[in-house]
Design a binder for this molecule. Sequence first.
Ligand SMILES: *[C@@H]1O[C@H](CO)[C@@H](O)[C@H](O)[C@H]1NC(C)=O
Ligand SMILES: *[C@@H]1O[C@H](CO)[C@@H](O)[C@H](O)[C@H]1NC(C)=O
Ligand SMILES: *[C@@H]1O[C@H](CO)[C@@H](O)[C@H](O)[C@H]1NC(C)=O
Ligand SMILES: *[C@@H]1O[C@H](CO)[C@@H](O)[C@H](O)[C@H]1NC(C)=O
Ligand SMILES: *[C@@H]1O[C@H](CO)[C@@H](O)[C@H](O)[C@H]1NC(C)=O
Ligand SMILES: *[C@@H]1O[C@H](CO)[C@@H](O)[C@H](O)[C@H]1NC(C)=O
Ligand SMILES: [Cu+2]
Length: 203
Amino acid sequence: MHFFPSAVLAVSALVSVASATNHSVTIGQDSKLTFEPNTLTGVQSGDFVSFKFVSKNHTVTQSTFAAPCIAKDGGVNSGYTPVAADATAFPEWTIQIDNASTPLWFFCEQGAHCKAGMVFAINPTADKSFATFLATATGAASNTTTTTNGTTTGTTGTGSTTTTSDNTTTSGTPAAGSGALTLSARTASSLLAGVGIAVALVL
Ligand SMILES: *[C@@H]1O[C@H](CO)[C@@H](O)[C@H](O)[C@H]1NC(C)=O
Ligand SMILES: *[C@@H]1O[C@H](CO)[C@@H](O)[C@H](O)[C@H]1NC(C)=O
Ligand SMILES: *[C@@H]1O[C@H](CO)[C@@H](O)[C@H](O)[C@H]1NC(C)=O
Ligand SMILES: *[C@@H]1O[C@H](CO)[C@@H](O)[C@H](O)[C@H]1NC(C)=O
Ligand SMILES: *[C@@H]1O[C@H](CO)[C@@H](O)[C@H](O)[C@H]1NC(C)=O
Ligand SMILES: *[C@@H]1O[C@H](CO)[C@@H](O)[C@H](O)[C@H]1NC(C)=O
Ligand SMILES: [Cu+2]
């Protein structure tokens, strides 16, 4: 038997070994303040979502439907991920979805990007639609700030995103059936209590 960090074992215990799908999201294409696509639907438990940062200095920060531009307590956060204008390799940050029944909401923490509509959702519903989430982000940012007194953006639940000197991204997301093994090969992974999302940052 091989030895893995306990966090990895926890991930493998929670995640189905059935074929996981990779979903790719590009952040900052053509230097725009965008997640492309800005919505993923049909994401299954165990799937991976990889965010590739291609310009500027953005974040992927988990929020809530009610307060799109406020970091969720205990949520996941890529942290600021700057990309040089002349970069030829692009950072990727990957999360694994444990419970696809719950819609997940994200924004970019940088400056006024969220208010400019830089938001992203996984499995929104008819009740909690992306359109409403986006409208809240762009139109009611001051309202959310007021109702969540004292909450500052920038608090994150991550704490374990680690950069690596290895700049390859090829070990990326695992093939079907080997999720835990491939995650353990990454330099940074953790299971975040309460949100059930495993994260890994690969530079
Ligand atoms: C990225 O943005 C953050 C927050 O504004 C800032 O603190 C950091 O210095 C920026 N990094 C670079 C390399 O510009
Ligand atoms: C998954 O999320 C749904 C909706 O939030 C919840 O009802 C269910 O208990 C969760 N399942 C697990 C295994 O956590
Ligand atoms: C703040 O909320 C009120 C009522 O919920 C709404 O009428 C108003 O348009 C919101 N402000 C902004 C800037 O969207
Ligand atoms: C902020 O909100 C919390 C809970 O929502 C409340 O307990 C606290 O008193 C509020 N603080 C201020 C300064 O309004
Ligand atoms: C990693 O980056 C260094 C310097 O930027 C480069 O020389 C090297 O070829 C890169 N390695 C890989 C595997 O991309
Ligand atoms: C997921 O992406 C990685 C590379 O990032 C690839 O090696 C792997 O085969 C992909 N898995 C599936 C099921 O497409
Ligand atoms: Cu941004």
